[in-house]
Design a protein around this ligand. Structure first.
Ligand code: ADQ
Length: 485
């Protein structure tokens, strides 16, 4: 198909995620300002192959009609379409079922420990809110859907969405992708709503995960819990195949590489180099979440300083941890715990002029983040579990002059990169990895960086999205051919 001016028509892609890739701040009764927000899905903004529209929650409660209309207009300029969720739904669906139940279970932390009976009692209402919220997303998608569109649903917040969408139209091309790990079936079966969730996801035509292991866990949950048949292509239920496959995500590497040329970033780099001159810079960039293993990372750094006294005034750890879910008591406890450990270590190894750890509880803007990645000698990623880990890729993209070393927990997944692997619970092992990374030869660093840089710049977010959508198109065509035979 072509446009009137002869250019080929791009396929419309409806990207549906809990959060839009922009944050909205209200400036007046009918005025809003929008900012691109950090996170994995922002990478999709650079995908040019499709005519993309975003559907999701803007992260704010907008109870009044004037505000909703004004926000809808402002978002339309960014090709974003809002789903309005009220405070009660957000509390039950987002804070409750998504963040208190699914997130910990999918990261092998189990159902909340603190008050299991309270969780059991609130479970039904949270699950009902989860289904209701997913239906609200489906209603908005359906309103904007046009025949031939591809609908790509994202993440554990929207496991019920494929089913809701197929109830609207069985011809709709629906894909679902999970950004977190999918746990082993032994863990998934601990969820009271395990079967309903699996069946809803199976309504999609294509189900994607970051790794082959997560895809395998999903298929085995469907066979063991639902009694369905797993095939090399996916899961079969009464002759209908849901294709299941691995699609490792990437980043928009060019955006990072280009940013390093910008004068503002160059100035930042110079400032940082002067500030930390004579010291090796180690860096952690994470959301302040239990799965990121931040206390473990800092304790391992303490162990390293303990055992390698000659390094004490020659290395600094910069830990940038953006707070998330700040109203959840477990996250508040984590913040205090991290502050306490950092304070203790700085008290123990600091001097009047320098401290070994600089810990910031905040998000950095893009130029500052790129500059930090560029001046880093060793990046330290100690996730206890992670779907993938974009920070590792971003670090590699910014290291073409420095060729620093990546220390990566064996429980975070990044495909195709060489790193110093470590087991984050074993702080002696992480401390040893730190020593090896800081003393690694130039030749070895150069060799690893060349390999990693080539991987990160070829396995990009753009390629990830194109592969997923083209596989989804093919899956639907194959299914139609099978039905006709
Ligand atoms: P996250 O858990 O958010 O993503 P990650 O993959 O590391 O984890 O991505 C974080 C993003 O936020 C990166 O782009 C990073 O630059 C940014 N970020 C983090 N801390 C920041 C800070 N202090 N300041 C500025 N920016 C910051 C989820 C899953 C991951 C999966 C991704 C993508 O949990 O496992 O890799 O989705 O699928």
């Amino acid at each position: 198909c072509e446009n009137q001016d002869g250019r080929p028509l791009r396929q419309r892609l409806l990207v549906v995620a809990n959060r839009l890739p922009v944050s909205a701040v209200r400036r007046g009764e009918d005025s809003w300002s929008l900012e691109i927000s950090a996170g994995g899905l922002s990478a999709l903004l650079g995908v040019k192959e499709f005519e993309a529209r975003w559907i999701g929650w803007a992260g704010v409660n907008v109870p009044d009609e004037i505000g909703q209309k004004a926000l809808t207009r402002a978002l339309a300029e960014k090709r974003c379409i809002p789903v309005f969720l009220d405070e009660e739904i957000v509390h039950q669906y987002y804070n409750g079922y998504c963040n208190n139940i699914l997130w910990p279970v999918f990261h092998y932390l189990g159902l909340p420990q603190e008050d299991r009976l309270a969780t059991t009692r609130s479970f039904q209402s949270q699950f009902a809110a989860y289904k209701k919220a997913n239906q609200m997303f489906a209603d908005v998608v359906n309103k904007h859907y046009e025949e031939g569109d591809v609908v790509w649903c994202h993440d554990y917040h929207l496991m019920f969405l494929p089913k809701c969408l197929k109830e609207y139209s069985s011809n709709m091309k629906v894909g679902w992708f999970l950004h977190t790990p999918f746990p082993s079936s032994e863990i998934h079966r601990t969820l009271p709503s395990r079967s309903e969730l699996l069946r809803s996801v199976l309504a999609a035509d294509l189900v994607g995960f970051h790794t082959y292991d997560y895809a395998r866990h999903f298929v085995s949950a469907c066979t063991r819990i639902l009694g369905l048949e797993g095939t090399p292509e996916g899961v079969e239920d009464q002759g209908r195949l849901t294709r299941v496959a691995a699609f490792p995500i990437g980043i928009d590497s060019d955006r990072f590489i280009r940013a390093l040329e910008v004068p503002q970033v160059q100035d930042h780099i110079k400032e940082l180099e002067e500030r930390f001159s004579g010291r090796k810079v180690m860096l952690g960039v994470d959301r302040l979440d239990m799965i990121k293993g931040i206390p473990q990372k800092i304790l391992a750094f303490e162990k390293f300083l303990e055992e390698n006294s000659h390094w004490r005034d020659k290395v600094v750890l910069l830990q940038i941890a953006v707070p998330t879910r700040t109203d959840v008591p477990e996250y508040q406890k984590l913040t205090s715990q991290v502050h306490e450990i950092v304070g203790r270590i700085n008290g123990r190894f600091g001097t009047l002029t320098a401290v070994p750890i600089h810990h910031l509880d905040r998000s950095l803007d893009f130029p500052a983040l790129c500059a930090l990645y560029a001046v880093t000698d060793v990046a330290l990623v100690t996730s206890l579990r992670d779907g993938m880990n974009l920070v590792s890729y971003e670090f590699v993209a910014c290291q073409d002059s420095k060729k620093g070393v990546l220390i990566l927990s064996e429980d975070s997944t990044i495909s195709g990169c060489w790193s110093n692997p470590c087991q984050p619970w074993n702080i002696t092992e992480v401390a040893d990895s730190i020593r090896q990374a800081l003393t690694m030869s130039c030749e070895e660093r150069e060799k690893r960086h060349r390999h990693n840089f080539a991987h990160v710049t070829t396995h990009t977010a753009q390629e990830w999205a194109e592969t997923f959508v083209s596989e989804l198109n093919d899956t639907v065509i194959e299914a139609q051919l099978r039905t006709r035979q």
